[in-house]
Design a protein around this ligand. Structure first.
Ligand SMILES: Cc1cc2nc3c(=O)[nH]c(=O)nc-3n(C[C@H](O)[C@H](O)[C@H](O)COP(=O)(O)OP(=O)(O)OC[C@H]3O[C@@H](n4cnc5c(N)ncnc54)[C@H](O)[C@@H]3O)c2cc1C
Length: 372
């Protein structure tokens, strides 16, 4: 019997595994592919905030960015590459947002050197920019390092059953708590209010004679040089899905799009493509992640004491699955959010600390129930 079983070994599942093994718990980590076999293995994985004017996601990402930069540098210093980041506006609207961002930001703002600006294309040099200290993590190695003290098994979970205060997993494993960290790949609990969309992404590692000292973000993200290699990513392909698309994914088209976008920012010489990475990001419909316990919709809807058509739903009144939580919906920011969200989840499970309504999956149940 495990204290906790985590289903899905992407950055979310591995961050939760790390939190709980560090807390001395017996942790089972299951994945149907391998550690970082889903979206996490495809990621860049740039650690950056959201450079927008305002909004809930911007605020969450700001806190998560500060937290995760410190966290990775403290716990996994060999798996983060710290590099200044230059974010370049794509257009006029973007430029205005960046100006407001710079006025309000509490992060230390850097002044890009003339040498750096000279490496950019003429078009990019004319655009508004913001520069901060940021980083990039080695995605797969990081997930493996986080999972090291957990009991990892390759296993596709098909069935979860709760009895006598613990969860049975495919009649093979048992655990007091279960965390679903399944990304965009599978849905184990079929609740109608949980809707996630998988957005396909492609990124590449290229070898180039161009030396680049910064991470550059504009139409795509371009990493600083690392032993003659630069990572470029990622596309957002909403038309392709590995489980439902009839045609096969067009790698050449994805590569061409990435290079065409990167070359709008940086002059890259003597390029050869070394490796392609592809995967699904899992995003929610309000762009905020989903972290916390899950409402049992059928049982809750039967409760006549609850007012569902209200502007101020009372999440405490709902019925929840016992000892079952999820962590998902991180969109294109999984590596920025995961350590911060996993800490929230650990504090909720072990200490009962409340998770913010802004990220609770119950917000989607409230919207669903209101519409019925
Ligand atoms: C091309 C690309 C570039 C990206 N770049 C960045 C970036 O620069 N910075 C950043 O922060 N984020 C980036 N992201 C986003 C980031 O990768 C995701 O937000 C993150 O990987 C989500 O992690 P996850 O653990 O939720 O999901 P995943 O990594 O997809 O993990 C879910 C896992 O669950 C497993 N699973 C599902 N169902 C079952 C089951 N029934 N039984 C067992 N196992 C199961 C899957 O096999 C999978 O391994 C990028 C994503 C892509 C695709």
């Amino acid at each position: 019997m495990y204290d906790i079983a985590i289903i899905g070994a992407g950055i979310n599942g591995c961050s939760v595994a790390y939190e709980f093994t560090q807390a001395g718990k017996k942790v089972l980590l299951l994945d149907m592919q391998k550690i970082a076999g889903g979206g996490s293995g495809a990621a860049g994985a740039f650690i950056s905030p959201k450079f927008s004017k305002a909004g809930e996601l911007k605020e969450l990402l700001h806190d998560a960015f500060e937290y995760s930069m410190q966290y990775y540098n403290k716990h996994f210093p060999h798996l983060i590459k710290n590099a200044p980041l230059l974010h370049i506006a794509q257009n006029e609207v973007d430029a205005k947002s960046l100006q407001i961002y710079k006025q309000k930001s509490t992060l230390e703002l850097l002044t890009p050197s003339q040498n750096l600006l000279d490496t950019l294309t003429t078009e990019a040099q004319e655009k508004e920019t913001v520069s901060i200290n940021a980083g990039l993590v080695y995605a797969e190695l990081l997930c493996q390092a986080m999972a090291k003290s957990a009991d990892y098994k390759q296993h596709e979970v098909k069935n979860l059953f709760f009895q006598d205060d613990y969860w049975m997993i495919d009649e093979e494993y048992s655990a007091k708590e279960v965390v679903l960290a399944t990304g965009a790949y599978e849905k184990l609990i079929k609740e109608p209010y949980i809707k996630l969309r998988g957005v396909w992404g492609h990124r590449i590692d290229v070898r180039t004679s161009t030396q680049n000292s910064h991470s550059l973000h504009q139409f795509v993200s371009i990493s600083a040089s690392d032993n003659g290699k630069i990572a470029i990513g990622a596309t957002h392909d909403v038309n392709y899905h590995p489980q439902t698309s009839k045609q096969i994914y067009d790698i050449q088209k994805g590569r061409a799009e990435l290079l065409e976008k990167a070359l709008q920012t940086l002059k890259l010489d003597n390029i050869t493509i070394e490796k392609d990475y592809m995967g699904l990001r899992s995003g929610s419909f309000d762009y905020m992640p989903l972290v916390g316990r899950l409402v049992m919709s059928q049982e809750t809807l039967k409760n006549t004491a609850i007012r569902f058509k209200t502007k101020k739903p009372d999440f405490q009144a709902y019925d929840y699955y016992p000892n079952l939580t999820m962590i998902n919906g991180s969109g294109g920011y999984g590596f920025v959010l995961a350590p911060y969200l996993a800490k929230n989840l650990r504090e909720y499970i072990l200490q009962g600390k409340v998770i913010s309504d802004r990220i609770s999956p119950a917000r989607f149940f409230a919207r669903y129930a209101k519409k019925l």
